[in-house]
Design a binder for this molecule. Structure first.
Ligand SMILES: *[C@@H]1O[C@H](CO)[C@@H](O)[C@H](O)[C@H]1NC(C)=O
Ligand SMILES: *[C@@H]1O[C@H](CO)[C@@H](O)[C@H](O)[C@H]1NC(C)=O
Ligand SMILES: *[C@@H]1O[C@H](CO)[C@@H](O)[C@H](O)[C@H]1NC(C)=O
Ligand SMILES: *[C@@H]1O[C@H](CO)[C@@H](O)[C@H](O)[C@H]1NC(C)=O
Length: 405
């Protein structure tokens, strides 16, 4: 079976299965001078069951295409067949995050922890192009939530370890769990950059928010550590449809350091990135060219912006996602929302309408207090980068509010 489906990022409901760090350069401020926000560098200690996979090594951009074709080939081995051996990885990783604390009373003790997906970093959540319309962070703060966004391992200012054996998705789940624990225990400010003004970061509700592969990781919290999550908003993700359209080749990958030595020079071999804005369009923008006006459209500027904030992905990230339990969540007793983009290529083969199976969702989340599916009209996989994105953000915040979060 081709690994294609993994890249569609939705394989997994049917299965119901279940290095050492490179020191990071000094903190670069990601909070744009917003006095509500501070940069934090979190040391997260984790142990993870990883695997050594039989995949094509990526040392050049020619290798990157060979890697993708090998994943998508008709006669490719199954993911299980690619496992050469299981390994345990145990280490402490530096995770670069931005903590923004709301000042609007009500929900400031409710912390959203937002996990970005593949080929982006934490900037995905905080678009600098008309933030009122396109920044989830801006809108979350306006709705009264506090929010932590972070660069996943192998991204942005976080450590970029070995992309073959270390940077795998089961490890990413353990990191999210570790971040959640630090937040719940009120310790985030211990790791703030010197001189930070925030004094208190005490949170009594933790909401896990994800996009795409980041939704899979957040769903791992729901299935595996269900009592450690008070609620989940999973965007660009469905557990009831298995797409075939999104494949590894869809991303038109190049070796990151060859694609842009200035931006990606610090990424080791084995990290790859979509080649051009056109590759970003295929994966992340609406499949129906819907011009600028009206909800769901996108402008050339939004596409260029999306391309400007792309970020590499490690060679073993996508296929190792199959090791997460993305099925039954026996312990999760909060509300869970899926946010679909109507015209999503990667997840829904270009059209998410009619892909939801509520019966199945009710079986997967038997103790959930509410299961909700919201579809953002006209929009592609990269939801914030389309017109009227704020309408979708509000749908999530209103739904959280109705559920006491
Ligand atoms: C690796 O671990 C998985 C899950 O525990 C197991 O199913 C699989 O057989 C193991 N593979 C090898 C090669 O040891
Ligand atoms: C979740 O349950 C485990 C095992 O019962 C317990 O050790 C842990 O403290 C619980 N965590 C939370 C956040 O309630
Ligand atoms: C929805 O899920 C249920 C439970 O798994 C299954 O029995 C049913 O066939 C599914 N419906 C469709 C239309 O696929
Ligand atoms: C864009 O798509 C949305 C949702 O399908 C639709 O409501 C809107 O009218 C479309 N806009 C244009 C200009 O086609």
């Amino acid at each position: 079976m081709a690994v294609a489906a993994v890249v569609a990022l939705t394989v997994l409901w049917s299965k119901h299965t279940k290095g050492s760090a490179v020191p990071t350069s000094s903190l670069t401020s990601a909070h744009h001078g917003d006095p509500r926000c501070v940069d934090v560098m979190l040391p997260v200690s984790v142990t993870s069951q990883n695997a050594v996979y039989d995949i094509v090594q990526i040392d050049t951009s020619i290798d990157a295409i060979a890697y993708a074709l090998d994943m998508d080939s008709r006669s490719a081995p199954s993911i299980e067949e690619r496992i050469l051996r299981n390994i345990t990885v145990s280490d402490t990783y530096n995770i670069a995050a931005k903590l923004c604390i709301s000042r609007n009373g009500g929900k400031k003790n409710h912390l959203q922890i937002a996990t970005h997906g593949g080929v982006f970093d934490s900037r995905y959540w905080d678009a600098r192009i008309n933030p009122e319309e396109h920044s989830w962070v801006h809108n979350a703060l306006a709705a009264g939530y506090s929010i932590l966004t972070y660069d996943r391992l192998g991204n942005g200012n976080s450590d970029k370890p070995d992309p073959y054996q270390v940077n795998q998705i089961p490890l990413a789940l353990e990191i999210l769990r570790g971040i959640t624990k630090i937040a719940r225990e009120g310790h985030l400010m211990k790791y703030a950059s010197p001189g930070s003004k925030q004094s208190k970061a005490q949170f009594d509700r933790i909401i896990h928010v994800g996009h795409s592969l980041g939704s899979a990781i957040s769903l791992g919290m729901v299935t595996t550590y269900g009592n450690e999550s008070d609620g989940a908003v999973l965007t660009g993700w469905t557990t009831t449809y298995q797409s075939t359209g999104g494949k590894t080749t869809t991303f038109d990958l190049q070796l990151a350091s060859e694609n842009d030595p200035k931006l990606f020079g610090d990424f080791p071999n084995g990290y790859a990135v979509p080649s051009t804005a056109s590759a970003i369009q295929t994966g992340f923008f609406s499949t129906r060219r819907n011009h600028t006006v009206g909800i769901g459209g996108f402008t050339p500027e939004l596409l260029e912006y999306g391309n400007s904030i792309k970020s590499p992905i490690g060679a073993a990230e996508l296929l190792s996602a199959t090791r997460l339990n993305l099925g039954l969540a026996p312990d999760f007793s909060g509300p869970i929302q899926f946010v679909l983009a109507e015209y999503d290529w990667l997840v829904c083969d270009g059209d998410c309408k009619g892909t939801t199976n509520m019966t199945l969702l009710e079986q997967l989340y038997p103790k959930a207090t509410d299961i909700n599916v919201y579809t953002q009209p006209g929009t592609g996989h990269g939801l914030p980068l389309h017109r009227g994105a704020n309408i979708g953000f509000k749908a999530s915040f209103d739904w959280l509010d109705r559920n006491g979060l």
